[in-house]
Design a protein around this ligand. Sequence first.
Ligand SMILES: [Zn+2]
Length: 383
Amino acid sequence: MDVTPPSPPPPQIDVFWDEGMLAHDPGRGVFDSGHDPGFLEVLERHPENPDRVKNMVSILKRGPISPFIRWNPGRPARFMLDIACIPKFSEYIEELVKADATGGKPLCSGTFLNPGSWAAALLAAGTTLSSMEHILNAKGKLAYALVRPPGHHAQPTQADGYCFLNNAGLAVQLGLNSGCAKIAVIDIDVHYGNGTAEGFYKSDDVLTISLHMNHGSWGPSHPQNGSIDELGEGRGFGFNLNVPLPNGTGDRGYKHAMTELVVPTVRKFDPELLVFVIGQDSSAFDPNGRQCLTMAGYWEIGRIVRELADDHTEGRLLIVQEGGYHITYSAYCLHATLEGVLGLPNPLLEDPIAYYPEDEALSFKVVDSIKQYWKETVPFLRE
Ligand SMILES: [Zn+2]
């Protein structure tokens, strides 16, 4: 008798989403300033507007990746249980609650708490926590929190860079509280994940690695530079690693940084859980970044991170959405990233606008000098 073995079920990612997050409207102005100079006929929407995420939702629902996606509801963060319990946090949270109760206010440059924003921020935090709980409770290994407003600039005591609550940071804290001894965070948003770094700066049980544009500090809400010498403090020294990459780094430069810096470091750290913080603002066409990744680059990064998860965390991987402001291309780059994470053999979707020339010579040099610096400076990476 000819018995064909049943084909294995397709790999799946559990996506957590709630459309209530669309209610946050940061307004219009000159770029992200909220300012009307009086001489422009058309004031553009704030880059972190709901449309960017609407396209991310729809491409996952209707794009070729849709059979690999399982949709899960989000939930608001519970005030006392999830947020207010975090030490140092309470005064800042009170400020946000008060601002919301009085109709909202600008919190810092580009960051506007408007009517509806606080509820959306609570949903983003709670939905990320749900995704983490999904993994911690062994309901699945791959989870993606499709959330906005973003979170990785939010610090324990202040808002920054369109972010109110640090969604990924809260999820990492939940992982630690639930008994995970070591968690690694890889952040590929084009901006420094300063809030997440700040939250775990003195801790050696969380390794934070951020690959970003070399943008430096951008004011009082973002005092960190994201430079290579911001390494953590006390027992956390060496457990915050920054990879500032030159403008125009591109697909090959990012792959080099992943292979030479991120992979060996995460392998040495050997985490129990991996958190992959993604922002499509490192794409070639983003208004907020100049790093020039294309879909192929995101696909490859997704593949590398999945491989790390398979080797070190039994495949347990939480993905958290941050920036990404090109309304169309961010959705395409997200699609490509998740294809890489799923380990699909070939791209499902063609890149509609990949024609950016690459010159990786400088980025290779920068990556190799960071590698040398880590070897000399970071205790756990010394041979
Ligand atoms: Zn960003």
